[in-house]
Design a protein around this ligand. Structure first.
Ligand SMILES: Nc1ncnc2c1ncn2[C@@H]1O[C@H](COP(=O)(O)OP(=O)(O)OP(=O)(O)O)[C@@H](O)[C@H]1O
Length: 464
């Protein structure tokens, strides 16, 4: 089963002829928490070892979720017993686990740092994470546009959104969307040459290529792609030679109407240390932002992730976690993983609010320090240039009433205090005043761009 799944992944990266000749010749056995691949002869053994084993191990580790999972290559028709100590085993173990980053991107450094040309299959290893798809990306107000345009770019080569530039804060789903685009492109055309790469990797690859006199091959490699996805584009800052090379790659791909998808933590114009001509080009297509998700989206994401892990979260639990982990989705996922790990440890199958509060005790304590109502009031007052005491006062003058409503709405969104507690904190007001304030802010955010911007800035300031 695992081997079949590995093959399905490899089919997207390795030409069919190679799959049929070398990989389908292997007999696979899963045993003792390892995948044994049995080669019928030494030629197959050698080929697989030299060209495909790292990729197989990479996929097996992704699929099993075990970064240490072993893939062992042997000759013969059955798994050899463990060899006596003095004789070397007739087994090629899979290489050291490729460093799996957050996004499970395999280490491709070897590619350019040897004088030997890399095998073609390896050069087109696309580094896409098959688990990051549109199907498991939860859409909400904060990412709607980014998600819709990403789907279009994944489906069609001629959307006019070239490049598609996705920007937004840490852990909000930029990388997920890029992988989803890449996976969709391959779904539509399995022979497409698609590469996902961090800008840092592009730079390192280029340095290795220069050092090993393989620059022509490097250029040819990147310029012959059907889709290039580069993450963390801000890393190019100050790296003039890499920017120059990227500029030409960019032009070549654009001229050939190949898709370019870029991600960064900043809007193109705000990227420091990046050449103006590149920034201008980034704006040729479409720039979309991913914002911090609102409470409903956070809860929807949480439920989806819990469901994927086979866990049903009671409403009060999902709202509790969603409310408390508001700054980014990575933290939200981290909280859920911690809850699941605690459940496993304690052999619990039903999760309750008490259990979650206990499991997340340390994280919640540090969150509390960051977003208290006192802090919200301080930041809002600073932002609107009024005094904190104005927020508590009786005045209904709009210059203080609006900031007060904003501070109440943020308190509701970012803290776990009840409506009466929030009212109390703002000069002993009634909970119906808080409800009114929250409704008013929601309404104004939709009708008044300036107020929406104020809300976003304050939200970001409080949660970053
Ligand atoms: N809308 C979403 N639905 C489901 N999962 C999401 C969503 N957004 C983000 N995630 C998950 O949150 C985690 C962090 O997302 P991702 O790595 O894409 O963030 P990022 O914006 O690229 O962050 P960074 O700038 O730090 O690289 C990933 O595991 C991703 O799958």
């Amino acid at each position: 089963m695992l081997w079949q799944q590995c093959l399905q992944q490899l089919e997207q990266e390795v030409p069919n002829s190679e799959i049929n000749t070398w990989l389908r010749a292997l007999h696979a056995i899963e045993k003792r928490q390892a995948l044994y691949l049995l080669a019928p002869n030494t030629i197959v053994l050698q080929q697989v070892h030299e060209h495909y084993l790292p990729r197989i191990a990479f996929h097996a580790r992704i699929l099993t979720g075990d970064n240490e999972f072993d893939v062992l290559l042997q000759i013969g028709s059955s798994v050899a017993p463990p060899p006596p100590r003095e004789t070397p085993p007739p087994t090629f173990p899979s290489p050291q686990p490729p460093k799996l980053s957050d996004n499970n991107v395999p280490n491709r450094e070897r590619e350019w740092n040897s004088q030997q040309p890399a095998p073609i299959s390896e050069r087109f290893a696309n580094a896409l994470n098959p688990r990051m798809t549109f199907a498991n990306f939860v859409e909400g107000k904060s990412n709607q546009l980014a998600c819709a345009t990403s789907q279009q770019v994944g489906d069609h080569a001629d959307t006019g959104y070239n490049p598609l530039f996705i920007y937004g804060g840490v852990g909000l789903g930029k990388t997920h969307l890029m992988h989803a685009i890449g996976n969709r492109i391959l779904e539509c055309d399995p022979s497409a040459r698609v590469i996902y790469v961090y800008a840092e990797r592009f730079v390192n690859d280029m340095i290795s290529a220069i050092r090993n006199s393989r620059m022509e091959e490097f250029k040819q490699h990147y310029r012959s792609l059907d889709a290039l996805l580069i993450d963390d584009i801000q890393f190019f800052a100050g790296k003039d030679r890499s920017m120059e090379e990227f500029f030409h790659t960019f032009n070549a791909l654009l001229e050939g109407q190949k898709r370019i998808i870029l991600a960064s933590d900043k809007f193109p114009r705000d990227l420091e240390g990046i050449e103006d001509r590149l920034k201008t080009r980034f704006n040729w297509g479409l720039t979309v932002q991913i914002e911090s998700p609102d409470l409903e989206t956070r809860v929807a994401i949480l439920r989806k992730k819990a469901e994927d892990a086979g866990l049903r979260l009671p409403n009060e639990v999902s709202f509790f976690i969603g409310k408390r982990f508001h700054s980014n989705i990575r933290d939200l996922e981290g909280a859920l993983q911690r809850v699941i790990a605690s459940m496993r440890l304690k052999c619990i199958t039903q999760v309750t609010l008490d259990f979650v509060q206990n499991a997340l005790r340390d994280q919640l304590a540090s969150q509390d320090k960051m977003v208290s109502m006192g802090n919200i009031k301080k930041i809002v007052a600073q932002y609107y240039n009024i005094r904190v005491t104005d927020l508590d006062a009786k005045s209904r003058n709009r210059s203080v009433a609006r900031p007060r409503q904003m501070a109440m709405a943020l308190s509701k969104e970012l803290t776990n205090h009840s409506l009466p507690e929030i009212g109390d904190e703002f000069g002993g007001r009634d909970h119906t005043t808080v409800i009114h304030a929250c409704r008013k802010v929601t309404e104004l955010r939709e009708s008044t761009p300036k107020l929406e911007e104020d809300y976003r800035i304050l939200f970001r300031t409080l949660t970053s």
